[in-house]
Design a protein around this ligand. Structure first.
Ligand code: MF3
Ligand code: CO
Length: 291
């Protein structure tokens, strides 16, 4: 239970406005959803305009780093080379790579090739070859604010089958995005993504999801892409979370490499694709912060 605020007290969001003119009706709405048994966002994940501005600056770096990777990625380079590119560019732009040393992660970026679903560790031994698909997942800390987004890159001549997987994964994310609006549910988005992927003959990873982000690398809520319409947390203005479905060509079953304890693989060795964006819930709908 949050502390009761008087109507004329300053709002808890830090806007400096009186509560009755600021988040009072917001809180009433939240309370109504809570009473009906829905999961509701805690105050600490509702960002202030100042925090949103800071997070957007962090996102600018994340986007610039992904663009930079896109210009350099090619057949014959190692994923360690991508790590160097990301590390150096992030520092040059004044940021810190968030993955480095995060829960012991040893590198500055995740690079996941073909049947690697996510959290691949860059290595001199992994050389990109003609026909590979790779996810490069970049996360930045700038001025204390976190950003996180990832893209797929095609190496050389990629088969139609794999290209379609990459394309459908991106489309599924965009279809999910259309469901983001204030006072909707995260499950509306999750189901839209899952339905679209399945309609195309693919499966969606269940165990790993998205997350709130901005003040920390991973915040509440945990975000599923196999959830159901009308379920999961209510989306409220000021929330920022990732949309990052992992879509598999074959089975949705996965396993974690027991040597490095990080890299996630598809159980059947079939390819997997992922795109990740950061989205802000606004009064009107949504705003994409990082793509
Ligand atoms: N960027 C990943 C995500 O989307 C998190 C990777 S954690 C790391 O949530 F330690 F592997 F970097
Ligand atoms: Co993420």
């Amino acid at each position: 239970m949050e502390k009761k605020i008087g109507k004329n007290d300053p709002c808890w969001c830090g806007s400096g406005k009186k509560y009755k003119f600021c988040h009072c009706s917001f809180d009433e709405k939240i309370e109504e959803f809570r009473r009906k048994g829905h999961k509701v966002p805690p105050r600490k994940i509702i960002k202030t305009p100042e925090q949103i501005a800071g997070i957007k600056e962090s996102c600018k770096i994340n986007i610039a780093v992904l663009d930079y990777v896109g210009e350099r990625i090619k057949e014959g380079i190692s994923t360690e080379e991508i790590n160097r590119i990301v590390h150096e560019k992030t520092l040059q732009l004044g940021g810190i790579p968030a993955p480095l040393n995060y829960n012991g992660f040893p590198k500055s970026v995740c690079t996941s090739v073909n049947s690697q679903v996510c959290h691949g560790i860059p290595s001199e031994e992994v050389i990109l070859k003609d026909g590979d698909i790779i996810n490069v997942d970049v996360s930045t800390i700038y001025n204390g604010y976190f950003s996180d987004s990832s893209r797929m890159y095609l190496v050389g001549e990629v088969s139609e089958e794999k290209k379609k997987l990459v394309q459908v994964t991106k489309e599924s994310l965009e279809i999910g995005l259309q469901q983001v609006k204030p006072w909707g549910f995260l499950g509306d988005m999750g189901q839209a993504i899952h339905d679209y992927a399945r309609k195309n003959g693919y499966s969606v990873v269940r165990e790993i999801g998205g997350h709130g982000v901005g003040l920390e690398f991973h915040e509440e809520p945990w975000v599923s892409y196999v959830s159901k319409k009308g379920r999961e947390m209510v989306m409220a203005p000021g929330m920022i979370f990732t949309i990052e479905p992992m879509v598999n060509m074959g089975t949705n079953e996965i396993f974690i490499d027991d040597e490095d304890d990080w890299t996630v693989y598809t159980a059947d060795g079939e390819p997997s694709a992922q795109w990740e964006i950061m989205v802000l819930v606004t009064e009107e709908g949504y705003e994409v912060l990082c793509y």
